[in-house]
Design a binder for this molecule. Structure first.
Ligand code: CDP
Ligand code: MG
Length: 733
């Protein structure tokens, strides 16, 4: 049972003998919980209610010694008030004393593994050190990859600032659909996926003197593949310096992979972090987060809070709940600045998390996994960790890939906790029990390459001329069946011939930095004479979750506005409606505001890029807006795997594997229930939901994928909609 291990620090948990634990527990019970409650009762009902809700937390916060420990630390306000100059900040980073050693090590070795705790200055400083040491003297670049878009952008901005140059000149970044570099750029941050694509145009990375594969521990699919690619390049280009930089203890593994490359360790500097667990599992962790934030805010000394949530929607919910409660508390509490950060957040908003907190106030950052290692926010003293993250999972048996919220690993949990101890002793509140930490969390996160669809990666590798994927130099090889399935899918899409070689179509598909299915739909739009529409739809889908804005206090208005865009052909067409109406207002911001639409500027940027790529593969942009059948056929030509047919009870079954799936309630087709539908993606919450669906006719499948579907599999091709009068519960197939 979990009852004995609540609120014990992880280290203690491993070693404390039973008797000691019992004694400790008794101390806990006798501690000042009730005094605490009474003391603050005068502050008002709202507050007292919170205390009741979260009595376990109060207990944790009142843990004997924890208060004293905090007292001994320098007053946090002082830390905050002391604004360092850029130069002082640079000198204060743990990496700074090792500057010269590091430069020397790079000069002496071609490949170097760098290990240093998050926040030690690897990402921002190493490129600058190497630049200062002359590694860019000949005009060639230092490249640095990041698994996340936000990190690439914000780190580049920071380094440009430190160097006193304009972002996009000497220091720039490149991410998918956005290139903020110039001829003058010598330090270039980019996502790992972007470098992956750069190999297509520059297979030997000739324009770089140094390549840093950063955040290697994240083990994203692209980073994993880059390992194999850069290892190969290093053999041909003895002048290219290769740095693999990692925050955790995988360094040994990286070293072995890179022929025993030396490891350069930057000693960590970390303050202790007390870890607390909840007594019982939290049913609603977003709510628990809100309560914990307030709890910390009213009971704990100043110092900023970092909260880990799984995605934009959750962050928005949390933000609204929190702001609502803060409003009700009014001037009873100090100022609390609430700042979200997630991938789709506009970059000026993202930048706000780095602004210093004003004296006397506290900041709370609501972040996705992005803040686990990629971004370092100064002055974080408190971390709240609900223990979940969003991950893509691919089932190679059913060929289904689904985004789902999953428990994090112990390694992740400890990284998150570590974020609290950078500037002073910190506290991490885990919204799960010590028991589940110990028994339910995996030790390490499974690398992406072993759990996602490899279609994209395989297409890229084939385009690079790497034909024998089974013998590609993987750090950890993907499961054989996933690789085979990717090959099969690419074959069905027409990207590979039956020898597994890239076809002409496949080569054109590889030009697009999108999923192979999407690339195929883009190319198919030529035949169906609707490239204009498919380009728009693709752009909209690539920012999709962020388009419809749904503020808590205006949900009805927002939903009504959204419904006005609905197209009965399906959600792709609704998105097309949104874009075209916006275009017709001459891209009006006011229009977006009135219609609860956001992120359109990004959609427009993406769209422009896509138009450019279409020109590169010589597809004319032509419009065929009134022929939605053609538009839907073009989409089907790419997404014919993602097809489901209506089954009992308003559910659907996937066409090939008979898996149960359901239309997402947000869909325009949620109540329509067409017989055959195509979905863009699956999201698993309580069940497998299909997000973004269109109605199709089964006979189109034979037209667009005759080698994949047999008429018999699609025998019901009447294509009539089910009469609406038949309720979903009585419906039979
Ligand atoms: O890569 P690593 O985790 O070792 O550290 P880093 O990202 O280079 O961060 C070093 C310092 O730069 C931290 O103190 C960050 O707070 C600061 N930084 C910043 O102020 N703004 C950014 N956009 C990125 C980093
Ligand atoms: Mg870093």
């Amino acid at each position: 049972k979990n009852s004995t291990s609540d609120y014990i620090e992880v280290d203690e948990l491993e070693k404390a003998p039973q008797s000691e634990q019992k004694k400790w527990e008794k101390d806990q019970m006798a501690s000042a919980v009730f005094k605490f409650g009474a003391k603050d009762a005068s502050k008002g009902d709202e507050y007292e209610l919170l205390l009741e809700d979260q009595i376990d937390f109060i207990q944790a916060l009142q843990m004997p010694g924890s208060k004293d420990k905090l007292k001994k630390e320098p007053e946090l306000t002082e830390v905050e008030m002391k604004k360092l100059t850029i130069e002082e900040t640079k000198r204060s980073l743990p990496i700074f004393p090792f500057r010269d050693d590091l430069i020397q090590a790079v000069q002496e070795h071609q490949v170097l593994i760098i290990e240093g705790e998050t926040g030690s200055g690897k990402t921002t400083q190493i490129p600058q050190y190497l630049h200062e040491a002359g590694f860019t003297a000949d005009g060639k670049k230092i490249g640095c990859t990041q698994p996340r878009r936000v990190a690439a952008m914000s780190v580049a901005a920071r380094v440009a600032q430190e160097m006193g140059v304009k972002l996009g000149n000497e220091v720039g970044y490149a991410i998918r659909f956005e290139d903020c570099t110039s001829e003058r750029t010598i330090i270039k941050y980019m996502t790992d996926g972007t470098l992956h694509r750069e190999f297509l145009s520059e297979p030997d990375l000739q324009s770089y003197n140094v390549m840093i594969i950063d955040e290697a521990h994240e083990r994203t699919l692209h980073t994993d593949i880059l390992f194999g690619l850069v290892k190969d390049i290093a053999r041909f280009r003895p002048d290219l310096k290769l740095l693999i930089s990692s925050a955790t203890l995988d360094a040994q593994k990286f070293s072995e992979f890179f022929d025993d490359a030396p490891i350069f360790r930057i000693p960590g500097r970390r303050f202790p972090v007390d870890i607390y667990y909840t007594k019982a599992p939290e049913a609603d962790y977003v709510d628990a987060c809100v309560i914990s934030i307030l709890q910390i805010h009213v009971t704990q000394p100043l110092g900023d809070i970092l909260v880990f949530l799984t995605g934009q929607e959750e962050i928005e919910t949390c933000q609204e709940l929190l702001q609502d409660r803060l409003r009700r508390l009014g001037s009873k509490v100090k100022e609390l600045i609430v700042l979200p950060v997630y991938a789709n957040l506009p970059s000026d908003m993202q930048a706000k998390i780095f602004d210093p907190t004003p004296p006397g106030a506290r900041k709370v950052v609501l972040a996705t996994n992005i803040a686990e290692t990629s971004l370092t926010i100064d002055n974080i003293i408190y971390v709240i960790d609900p223990g979940f993250a969003k991950q893509n999972h691919f089932n190679s048996r059913t060929g289904m890939e689904s985004l789902m919220v999953v428990p994090i690993s112990k390694a992740s949990a400890n990284q998150r906790a570590g974020r609290a101890g950078r500037v002073a002793a910190g506290k991490c509140f885990r919204l799960y029990t010590a028991w589940s930490y110990k028994h339910e969390l995996e030790d390490n996160t499974v690398p992406e390459i072993q759990r996602i669809n490899l279609g994209n990666a395989v297409l890229m590798l084939k385009a690079l001329g790497i034909n024998d994927l089974v013998h590609f130099d993987f750090l950890d090889p993907p499961p054989h069946e996933t690789l085979v399935l990717a090959l099969e899918q690419l074959y069905a899409l027409g990207a590979l011939n039956h020898h597994g070689e890239l076809t002409k179509l496949g080569r054109r598909m590889a030009e697009f930095p999108v999923d192979p299915m999407m690339a195929k739909a883009l190319l198919a739009s030529e035949k169906y004479k609707c490239s204009e529409e498919i380009v728009t739809i693709t752009a909209m889908l690539s920012v999709n979750s962020a388009i419809f804005y749904r503020p808590k206090d205006k949900i009805i208005h927002a939903d009504t506005a959204r419904k006005n865009f609905n197209h009965l052909g399906g959600d792709h067409l609704s998105l097309l409606n949104v874009y075209n109406q916006w275009r017709d207002t001459d891209y009006s911001t006011q229009w977006c505001y009135e219609n609860f639409i956001q992120s359109m500027k990004r959609a427009r940027d993406v769209r422009e890029q896509l138009v450019g790529l279409m020109q590169r593969v010589e597809i004319e942009i032509v419009s065929n807006i009134n022929e939605t059948v053609n538009i839907r056929k073009a989409i089907t030509a790419g997404y014919f795997y993602h097809v489901a047919r209506l089954s009992k009870g308003g559910n659907y079954k996937t066409a090939k594997h008979n898996q149960t799936v359901t239309i997402h309630p947000n869909s325009a087709l949620f109540e329509e229930l067409p017989r055959w539908i195509l979905y863009h993606e699956l999201v698993f919450t309580t069940k497998e939901f299909m997000r973004q669906v269109i109605e199709i006719e089964s006979k189109w499948l034979l037209e667009v994928a005759p080698h994949y579907y047999k008429p018999k599999e699609l025998e019901d091709s009447t294509n009539k909609k089910m009469p609406k009068t038949i309720g979903r519960t009585t419906m039979t197939d």
